[in-house]
Design a protein around this ligand. Structure first.
Ligand code: GP9
Ligand code: MN
Length: 433
């Protein structure tokens, strides 16, 4: 554990802020209903296919006074897909660059959301109609101190109510409500949807909008399943209202990772009406929708700040008024000004307020134009590289921080370093109980 002082020092200096969130404690003692939206990307929001709106319900939340919508929110997952997004949200640590940390380090000590909120008397549960060993969730959820996992066996699954990967999202939410109603409050719950999963299968009957027509069946099929998920979420909101749980809850909706990979760039360029999908566009396609819906709240708006999955834990803890001051987090509250100012993707790319860095090229974030640096200017002759002619690459200092941060986060995981940390509040407080 002798790497810990370096890690805490780095996090204290480079990540943490003293700024108090303007929304600190606004959802104190409320239930948390976190909905993980499978494979959705932000490009479907407020967009159409064949002249039909793709996500009418999600769109209706934007502009609703009780909703904050983050339009520049990035997923930061790698090979562990859904499980990586869960890992980011629960821990504000980075997943690994290879493999799925849920499998490779599922037995580590963590200081995740279920554990922190457990100390505030929250009951924690995950709802997901899939086998508990998928992504090694059974072991990882134990390590996260989750109280209960409602997996496949908690649901009635048959041919009629299934498609593709299993239980369809509408019956999934319908069947979940009874469990939620009987749960001790306040609770921290997470619902993981499944129907909008590759290869995006859906019956005609369940399809409210037509498929797209392009060279990629994957992209073609994607739109009707996204719409189905949108309808399932709308139904769930209605059921929450009917059950009386709605008013006492804060509802988070977040995309877990991309659904359309770069193998479908040709079809994507047709859909987005672009000549080609550039590396810059590809990074921008890693945006996933993020909504924070607080019933009764009236200041909701569209947030344009650069944010990502690493930021969810600090943001949510602050909304709930849980300081967790000794926690080691690599993200910031999305509502404060004094943030790190960049989001690192797990392949080393990053998005900062001003730049996007991918494949060694530094782009202006707003315009998408590459920034001229000594590495890419044509007059890169020996003469010109003399000190005074060099144009420094403005992405370099941020790149270094991104790499440092990920190295430190990896060290925590590889060394299982949280075994050596006491996350409880100050000693004074400890002595009082
Ligand atoms: C499986 C579901 C989908 O349980 O979470 O996993 P994914 O393939 O998206 O990681
Ligand atoms: Mn997924």
């Amino acid at each position: 554990g002798n790497e810990l002082p370096e890690i805490t020092e780095y996090v204290d200096e480079e990540v943490k802020s003293d700024e108090k969130s303007p929304l600190y404690g606004i959802a104190e003692d409320k239930n948390v209903i976190f909905i993980s939206l499978e494979s959705i990307q932000s490009f479907v929001i407020n967009n159409e296919v064949n002249g039909q709106e793709i996500t009418p319900f999600l769109n209706s939340l934007i502009g609703d006074e009780s909703t904050y919508y983050f339009e520049n929110f990035y997923h930061q997952t790698q090979q562990g897909k859904t499980s990586d997004s869960e890992f980011l949200v629960e821990n504000s640590l980075y997943p690994l660059s290879r493999g799925a940390v849920f499998f490779t380090h599922g037995g580590n000590e963590y200081n995740g959301m279920p554990e922190i909120l457990g100390e505030e008397d929250y009951y924690s549960a995950v709802f997901h109609a899939n086998n508990k060993s998928f992504w090694n969730r059974d072991q990882m959820y134990d390590s996260l101190n989750l109280d209960h996992f409602y997996g496949e066996e908690a649901y009635e699954v048959n041919q009629d109510n299934s498609v593709g990967w299993g239980l369809k999202d509408k019956p999934f939410f319908e069947q979940s409500i009874k469990y939620l109603q009987s749960m001790e409050q306040p609770f921290y719950s997470k619902f993981i949807t499944l129907t909008n999963h590759f290869p995006f299968e859906l019956s005609e009957e369940d399809s409210s909008i037509d498929k797209y027509d392009s060279s990629s069946n994957t992209l073609n099929n994607f739109f009707p399943t996204v719409r189905y998920m949108d309808e399932a979420v709308e139904q769930f909101f209605t059921q929450l209202k009917e059950s009386g749980l709605y008013e006492d809850s804060v509802i988070i909706l977040m995309g877990d990772h991309y659904g359309i990979s770069e193998n479908h760039h040709k079809a994507m360029s047709e859909y987005l009406d672009k000549e080609e999908i550039t590396p810059y566009d590809h990074v921008q396609l890693q945006r996933v929708p993020m909504f924070i819906h607080i019933p009764g709240h009236e200041n909701g708006k569209v947030m344009s700040e650069v944010t990502g999955q690493i930021d969810v834990k600090p943001t949510l803890l602050n909304l709930l008024g849980v300081p967790a001051e000794n926690d080691i987090q690599f993200g910031n509250d999305m509502f404060i000004e004094d943030r790190k100012g960049y989001i690192g993707l797990r392949n080393g790319d990053f998005i900062s307020d001003e730049y996007i860095s991918t494949r060694g090229v530094c782009y202006d974030r707003e315009s998408g134009e590459p920034i001229e640096t000594e590495e890419n200017t044509e007059e890169n002759t020996e003469e010109n590289t003399s000190a005074e002619n060099q144009v420094a690459n403005p992405c370099d200092p941020i790149q270094q921080k991104v790499e440092k941060e990920m190295e430190l986060s990896d060290n925590i995981i590889y060394g299982d370093l949280f075994r050596f940390v006491d996350f409880s509040e100050s000693e004074d407080e400890q002595n009082t109980d």
